[in-house]
Design a protein around this ligand. Sequence first.
Ligand SMILES: [Zn+2]
Length: 71
Amino acid sequence: MKNAQCKKCLNKFHEKDIYTIQQFQYRKKPTYEWTIKFFKKLRIDEWDSFCEKCIMVYSKKSNDTWKKSKV
Ligand SMILES: [Zn+2]
């Protein structure tokens, strides 16, 4: 049963396929602390569920923003 829902695209998917921003704690850069602050501005917290496609979009977006902030 598809009983999980992506907060961004609102698609339904299997619970085992849930992604959260918690997975970004394994990135070296930006730091997880920075990542948490970044997503807080987007009103996203560590317990929000996303599908794989949307978490990839956020991954890129946060990375790009971080790079710009370093220039
Ligand atoms: Zn999605």
